[in-house]
Design a protein around this ligand. Structure first.
Ligand SMILES: [Zn+2]
Length: 286
């Protein structure tokens, strides 16, 4: 996901008794845990994970690393070793890649995939972190939209069985199609106001991923890769040059494609209702 900051969970402001009871959960008496593999260094404490859970994560991460490497162009340099920090049960912070390129994870419910709910997505961000820093990509104003679009789309490609955010096991055609058919947010808005509208996450993450799927399937893998790994900031002019179409046309055609897929999906109405019930607390933007 993006670098949403919900503030830090602290152990402050407790009574002495509460503090004693909470010490274990805050990790004060916890032992550090570390586990490494060819491409990963997992760290946690005995309060936030266990040896067996970390091994499960390492095995998954190595499989995902290999799957991403098969998709990326051979000339893109992958980070040789990626740090993954396991921070305990999900509270106020959400998984993200920090300023050092470390994947910070929190544990979702088992139903949503636990610690690994967003691992594929975060790993797409982290696997080329060093190369991105070198070309100055973190400073690019237009990076946000494409960074999140590509991470979520590739996450779908390499880990299609995910049951957590943002699709919760529902079909991409249903989730995206129903958001588009109800109007509101557009891709142009998501590109222009990435920081603010990223918080409309139930709409933003699926819509952006779907746009990248459309580009990949319509314009070809090379065009999809050129946008993200071409070494140039993905300004509208650069993306239009790569696709040889205006973004207005690409977005309009994507919309038609999305709505057709929704219409063709058996039982889309029933699944839409179930999906909206699943994210019931969410107030749509736009
Ligand atoms: Zn992300």
């Amino acid at each position: 996901m993006g670098a949403l900051d919900y503030g830090k969970y602290t152990c402050g402001g407790m009574s002495a008794l509460t503090m004693l009871l909470a010490l274990g959960g805050c990790g004060i008496f916890a032992e550090p845990l570390e586990r490494s593999s060819e491409h990963f260094r997992f760290s946690a404490t005995s309060a936030t994970s266990s040896e067996s859970e970390m091994q499960e994560g390492i095995d998954r991460a190595e499989a995902l690393y290999a799957a991403i490497a098969r998709i990326l162009p051979p000339d893109v340099r992958l980070d040789p070793v990626i740090d993954v920090r396991l921070n305990g049960n999900l509270r106020r912070q959400v998984p993200h890649v920090d300023e050092n390129g470390t994947i910070q994870l929190w544990r979702y419910s088992a139903e949503e995939g636990g610690y690994w709910a967003l691992l594929a997505h975060e790993l797409v961000h982290a696997i080329t972190f060093d190369a991105g820093v070198e070309v100055g990509a973190l400073e690019w104003e237009s990076l946000g939209f494409y960074n999140e679009a590509w991470a979520e789309y590739v996450g779908q490609l390499i880990d299609p069985g995910r049951t957590g955010f943002p699709f919760y096991g529902f079909d991409e055609d249903v989730v995206v199609g129903h958001w588009v058919s109800q109007g509101g947010l557009t891709l142009a808005m998501l590109r222009e106001s990435h920081g603010a509208l990223n918080e409309c996450w139930h709409q933003a993450y699926p819509m952006r991923a779907s746009w990248y799927r459309y580009v990949d399937e319509t314009y070809g893998r090379q065009s999809a890769l050129d946008i993200f790994y071409g070494g140039r900031e993905m300004t509208p002019a650069v993306v239009e040059e790569i696709l040889d179409d205006s973004l207005a046309v690409v977005d309009a055609d994507w919309r038609t494609w999305v709505l057709a897929r929704y219409d063709a999906h058996p039982g889309a109405d029933v699944q839409t209702a179930a999906y909206r019930a699943r994210i019931g607390q969410y107030r749509p933007c736009g």
